[in-house]
Design a binder for this molecule. Sequence first.
Ligand code: 6PG
Length: 245
Amino acid sequence: MKEPEIIVLEDGGAMAVRAAEEIVHLSGEAICTHGQFSLCLTGGNTPAPIYELIATRFHLSVDWNAVQLFWGDERCVPPDDPASNYGMAQRTMLSKLSLGSDQVHRMRGEDPPEVGAQAYSELLREQFGLEQGEAPRFDLILLGLGNNVHIASLFPGQPALHEKTRLVLPVEVDAEPSRRLTLTLPVINQAARVMFMVAGEGKAQAVKAALQGPRDPERFPAQLVAPAHGEVMWVLDKAAARLLG
Ligand code: 6PG
């Protein structure tokens, strides 16, 4: 894997604009080369202004008819729950767009977790035309970074970090809501591109550990993101990048 590209912006607002610009650029590249843009969204708070920007300021720069949206993880709550990652994307982005239901593929957090995980694995197989044992290749997977260096809902010390075959797992994590669904590393590391979006002083230690800490993926799951045939980009603000050498 190539070295990650690290882009540092002045502040959170500039980071959000640059991340939105990257998403728009990659959508155009993917649609030009293979007629579709498969974008895997992340949850949490950081992406909210970015999703808002691509649905407003950058709305006309994306060929939305060729976009397919997926999620990298979801909390095991109904879609209208304030903690839902789908719900956050709905409020910030989807409500401003007119995507068809066949373009938006949410994880069903309202179902029993094992049922939701299996259903999403099957959805990925159908959408990407996969044989058993194959992982989907997303054009772009968006990731945030937890203060404990988790990605998606892959937390330190979890058995899910070592999953080699299943595409989606139900997990119990040390955060609320604790029950979640998450893509596994075989999926994340099959992506053409992974873009981390991280802002704020509170993430500086986690960014340092992920990028320049001792090699310890059990403690620092973000270190496991290494697409064999893909690229990794980090879009940071100065505060989050403060400890990088
Ligand atoms: C989630 C995300 C999670 C998030 C990080 C960072 O479901 O919460 O998938 O991995 O990206 O926890 O969250 P913030 O952006 O809120 O700091």
